[in-house]
Design a protein around this ligand. Structure first.
Ligand code: GAR
Length: 219
């Protein structure tokens, strides 16, 4: 590979299994994870980062008076790692418009539903309660609208009778570990862009669902 890897910062709150997928594929997808930041000091993702020799920081939201001051501190911390792309991977805080505006077009999120279905929390429970036959995950650009920025890629999982919240989460996360590195790889290659609140892949407007990971794309 001749192109220089892009610098990314991964922002987490928890286990960091998506972070792990990115760590494992970093060379293949041409990224350099310059820092991992968590708002929760006990997040296991911080251990994953340390094990991979990636610098970590904690910006504890409980130490700030309000969202604005927390987001300002988080931005300053992120920027010290000079990212070309900010990757939210299980980061469980709502962001202020100032924050989302500042990183427009250079911040991605992964959400455990087939957006625009089930923005917000408890997505697996809501899919089960609705009797959905399909559920999944979406990678999207982050905009001011919560879980509402343009979609980049989705993966679908079938919902079967036996499924529980836990089994559904497990199936969805397995797909997440494929679609997030894929989306980041496109960004690193310069193929994925956001303009005018729309996502483009190789210059082509993506459909509202984003790309779909099909079963044949599963390598
Ligand atoms: C992932 O399933 C991700 O989709 C979800 O949190 C999990 C984090 O897992 N994100 C959200 O719910 C964002 N609203 P991980 O820490 O093992 O990557």
């Amino acid at each position: 590979m001749t192109k220089k890897p892009i610098n990314v910062v991964v922002v987490i709150s928890g286990s960091g299994s998506n972070l792990q997928a990115l760590i494992d594929q970093a060379t293949a997808i041409n990224i350099n994870i310059t820092g991992v930041i968590s708002n929760i000091a006990s997040a296991y993702g911080l251990t994953r980062a340390t094990n991979a020799n990636i610098p970590t920081e904690v910006v504890d939201h409980t130490q700030f008076a309000d969202r604005d001051t927390f987001d300002t501190a988080l931005m300053a911390t992120i920027d010290r790692y000079q990212p070309d792309l900010v990757i939210l991977a299980g980061f469980m805080r709502i962001l202020t418009p100032a924050f989302t505006k500042y990183y427009t077009g250079r911040m991605l999120n992964i959400h455990p539903s087939l957006l625009p279905k089930y923005r917000g929390l408890h997505t697996h429970r809501r899919a089960l309660e609705a009797g959905d036959k399909e559920h999944g995950a979406t990678v999207h650009f982050v905009t001011e609208e919560l879980d509402g920025g343009p979609n980049v890629i989705q993966a679908i999982v079938p919902v079967v009778k036996m499924d529980t919240e836990a089994s559904l989460m497990e199936k969805v996360q397995q797909k997440e570990h494929k679609i997030y590195p894929q989306a980041v790889a496109w960004f690193a290659e310069g193929k994925l862009k956001m303009e005018d609140n729309k996502a483009f892949l190789m210059g082509e407007l993506l459909p509202p669902t984003g790309k779909r990971l099909s079963d044949d794309d599963n390598e």
